[in-house]
Design a protein around this ligand. Structure first.
Ligand SMILES: [Zn+2]
Length: 271
């Protein structure tokens, strides 16, 4: 008789355990399904954030807007957003605008997801990096996470023509890391010959910025080749006409890498 009670107890306890394990697993399974089958969609409210606050999205045709929304939804889906400092919760608005920074950067390319950067931490402002012990506004590291200061992220969009955009800058670092990293499903999505051309054209300008004989790009571009690329991406989207006029060869290399030409309002050069 005791054996039957023990068996009954095990069956009931097992049932509860299975149910709670399944409940935990379901959102994850749903997200993975949506990512694999590209089923993720933005709600009407999430779309309204793009219409209100995203200058790039506002310029798109209705067909491109639909695609932009789908790509943004795909980026958010299954992504872990961690609030830091005084931020209690990462809002839908914050998630949408962070995703939109990545989508803007990669809109000329095949749909990308940046699987290496599954974890994004959001601080209200500058934060102290535990390794460098210095104040940072953002980072996208080889270790596969991204950190952003919301204050500086927002300023990037509040002043869309000053060639300062933290979100696009960090996504540009992430793009280089993803393109170099194999084993995560997104690798070498940019033709290596475009990178070779970029390096050839960038080296003399990088040196000139460092020496102070080239003043169009801000001095920070001469930190290293990664910062040079990320800073150029900010100029590419926020001062495209000036970039093309001042550094036409480098601008045309960037057009090839990203397959878009903002100076001519072309969002996808080769469809
Ligand atoms: Zn940087």
């Amino acid at each position: 008789m005791t054996g039957i009670f023990i068996l009954l107890f095990l069956v009931i306890a097992g049932g509860f355990f299975l149910r709670s394990a399944l409940a935990d697993m379901l959102p994850f399974i749903k997200d993975e399904f949506n990512i694999i089958f590209k089923k993720a969609r933005l709600s009407e409210e999430q779309k309204s954030y793009l219409s209100k606050y995203h200058p790039y999205y506002q310029q798109l045709s209705s067909t491109y807007r639909t695609e932009f929304e789908k790509r943004t939804a795909l980026f958010i889906c299954g992504r872990k957003f961690t609030p830091k400092g005084t931020i209690a919760e990462v809002s839908e608005l914050q998630k949408v605008l962070i995703g939109a920074a990545m989508v803007q950067l990669t809109f000329g390319l095949k749909p990308l997801y940046f699987p290496r950067f599954k974890h994004i931490m959001l601080y209200p402002g500058e934060y102290i990096n535990p390794f460098t012990k210095k104040a940072h506004r953002g980072e996208a590291t080889n270790r596969g996470f991204m950190v952003l200061s919301w204050k500086h992220f927002l300023e990037g969009y509040a002043f869309p023509s000053d060639a300062l955009n933290l979100g696009i800058h960090e996504m540009a670092h992430a793009l280089r890391i993803e393109d170099r990293t194999s084993h995560d499903g997104e690798h070498q999505f940019i033709d290596p010959k475009h990178w070779r051309e970029w390096d050839r054209n960038a080296i003399p300008i990088f040196k000139a910025v460092g020496e102070g004989s080239q003043t169009f790009l801000r001095k920070y571009a001469s930190e290293n080749s990664e910062e040079f690329f990320a800073v150029c991406v900010e100029y590419f989207f926020e001062k495209p006409e000036d970039f093309r006029k001042n550094l036409p060869i480098l601008y045309s290399s960037m057009v090839k890498i990203l397959n878009q030409d903002p100076a001519r309002r072309v969002f996808r050069c080769i469809a």
